[in-house]
Design a protein around this ligand. Structure first.
Ligand code: AMP
Length: 193
């Protein structure tokens, strides 16, 4: 099963992807996680991405499309994958369509988690507090200033991605403001169709 989870930062894409990964035995491909790993490892891509990520901006389409093109060719993606955080621009979505077509593959579902802006900032503040309480390191972009930029970026560049999938009849939506288990149930229901 090949699917995409769309939604603003803090919508719960990571949490739900991890559950879907368990249930369907397919990997969660988070471009954010891959880029953070590249920054940590100090690779050439990581060095290019570091500052823009910390400020809440978007890494170039070229870089993330290249990362995904390589990643979906790996053996663990043979049965499918869950894309989390990609595509984030219409150019990325178009590139993905082309890439899958070249490989003779199709998407099974594109699902958007709908969450109001007002709820997102408090979720990110909670995520930072919980990470600190668990002894972890807070993401460099989980602060109110960078978060506001990420949200603005989302409305400008990523919200049109939903429009793209809607226009080709592939978009499904789920209430991302419901409790976590309820969102999982709604996702299962959409995927069972
Ligand atoms: P995330 O973990 O999905 O919130 O991503 C964290 C950061 O990584 C984003 O704010 C961007 O700077 C960068 N990033 C992740 N995915 C993409 C993407 N598909 N396109 C551009 N930048 C991305």
């Amino acid at each position: 099963m090949r699917l995409i989870l769309l939604g603003p930062p803090g919508a719960g894409k990571g949490t739900q992807s991890a559950r879907l990964e368990q249930k369907y035995g397919i990997p969660q491909l988070s471009t954010g996680d891959m880029l953070r790993a590249a920054v940590k490892a100090g690779t050439p891509i990581g060095q290019k991405a570091k500052a823009v990520m910390e400020s809440g901006g978007l890494v170039s389409d070229e870089i993330v499309i290249g990362i995904i093109a390589d990643r979906i060719d790996e053996a663990d993606c043979a049965k499918g994958f869950i894309l989390d955080g990609f595509p984030r621009t219409v150019a990325q979505a178009e590139a993905l369509t082309k890439l899958l077509k070249q490989k003779g593959r199709d998407l099974d579902a594109v699902i958007e988690l709908l969450v109001d802006d007002g709820i997102l900032l408090s979720r990110i503040e909670n995520r930072a507090r919980e990470t600190v309480a668990a002894g972890g390191t807070v993401r460099a972009d989980d602060n109110p200033e960078a978060f506001k930029k990420r949200l603005a970026q989302y409305h400008e560049q990523t919200a049109p991605v939903s429009g793209y999938y809607k226009s080709i009849g592939e978009l499904r939506t789920v209430d991302g403001m419901a409790p976590i288990d309820e969102v999982t149930k709604q996702l299962d229901a959409v995927l069972a169709k």
